[in-house]
Design a protein. Structure first.
Length: 351
């Protein structure tokens, strides 16, 4: 059996929000009035990671709750196979994600590469007795595993609400490699722009969680400016949400169809939010370039005006000196003529 080992993975939250002032309540983001769809903090944490090797067989790794959910725990069986790595996750002691905020409805399992690239491995749903199980795969070979609270299943970046981290066991199979990694985590409350108010999501036991995740995804996309800056995708999500709403109010609707329609809505809404963020950021860059060009043009104009002022001042000074010299020369000529008129000779000349 290969020697047991682990990779020390240092995680730094280093991403700064590029969007600036907050939007007012229910006001979509614009370049002049941008709404930060995400907020970020600089937080350091260390998460153990393992290089499972190519076709390295099956091994186990534990999960330990963080300070946010210390009672949570679990384990995972990780099997490196040809083409991918299979992960079977079992957790217990999970609390309702809404304890972290009205926008958080679910949990997501992430694999984070040594280079800091997070990969969404799937939604962790709370089952009976606060227990959960998830079977998934990853294309990565070396990674850390974390579980975060999220507003819906299709998020592309993990929040910094890390509730569980993997913990290397004494019998975990892997190879030794020390790496340092940086990856981005979204700050708590970062899905709600400052000044944009979200009402609590009231869950209905008769409807699946996926339906409320769809509603959550729609309002988050709207708050990020998707209605204006990702109109085609947002309009598509609106139609999909309407379809889900229609299925939800039918007396004999198929639950599977409702879940499918809801998940489709979540995915499209997340795409719309992501597109809006990129378009708003592009608008900011273009506005900044325009402002920078304007400042440069103004600076050049001011420099030209200052140069012209100096040239004019030098010309005025030269004119004044020339006039003064002319006046002195004229005065000297007048004095010579006066002397000759009186004595018939010029000054300094003996008769």
């Amino acid at each position: 059996m290969p020697k047991s080992s682990k990779i020390a993975l240092t995680v730094l939250l280093v991403f700064g929000a590029s969007a600036v002032p907050a939007a007012q309540k229910n006001t979509p983001a614009t370049p002049d009035n941008p709404a930060p769809a995400f907020r970020f903090n600089v937080i350091s944490r260390t998460t153990p990671a393992v290089n499972y090797g190519h076709r390295g067989g099956s091994t186990k790794i534990n999960f330990k709750g963080t300070e946010l959910m210390p009672r949570a725990e679990g384990s995972a069986t990780v099997q490196s196979k040809r083409g991918d790595t299979k992960i079977v996750l079992e957790l217990e002691g999970l609390d309702n994600p809404k304890t972290f905020g009205n926008e958080y409805l679910t949990y997501v399992l992430w694999a984070v590469s040594p280079e800091g690239r997070p990969a969404n491995l799937g939604e962790v749903l709370i089952g009976g007795n606060h227990r959960s199980k998830l079977e998934t795969t990853s294309q990565l070979q070396a990674f850390a595993l974390i579980v975060t609270a999220e507003p819906y299943y299709a998020v592309r970046r993990p929040s910094n609400l890390v509730i569980l981290e993997n913990e290397v066991r004494s019998d975990t199979v892997g190879t030794t490699q020390a790496v340092e990694s940086k990856y981005e985590l979204i700050d708590r409350g970062g899905y709600i722009p400052t000044g944009y108010k979200f009402d609590p999501v009231v869950l209905n036991a008769k409807l699946p969680l996926e339906f409320f995740e769809a509603r959550n995804a729609m309002r988050i996309a709207e708050s990020a400016g998707a209605q204006r800056y990702a109109m085609p995708s947002y309009d598509k999500a609106v139609l999909q949400m309407k379809n889900a709403d229609d299925l939800a109010i039918r007396k004999h609707s198929d639950k599977k169809s409702l879940i499918s329609a809801s998940r489709e809505t979540v995915q499209t809404a997340e795409d719309a939010r992501e597109i809006a963020m990129k378009n708003i950021e592009t608008a900011h860059r273009e506005a900044e370039r325009g402002a920078s060009a304007g400042r440069e043009a103004e600076a050049n104009a001011n420099a030209d005006r200052e140069s012209q002022r100096r040239l004019a001042a030098e010309s005025d000074t030269n004119d004044a000196v020339r006039r003064e010299n002319d006046a002195r020369a004229k005065a000297a000529g007048d004095s010579n003529r006066s002397f000759r008129d009186r004595f018939g000779v010029g000054p300094g000349v003996r008769a």
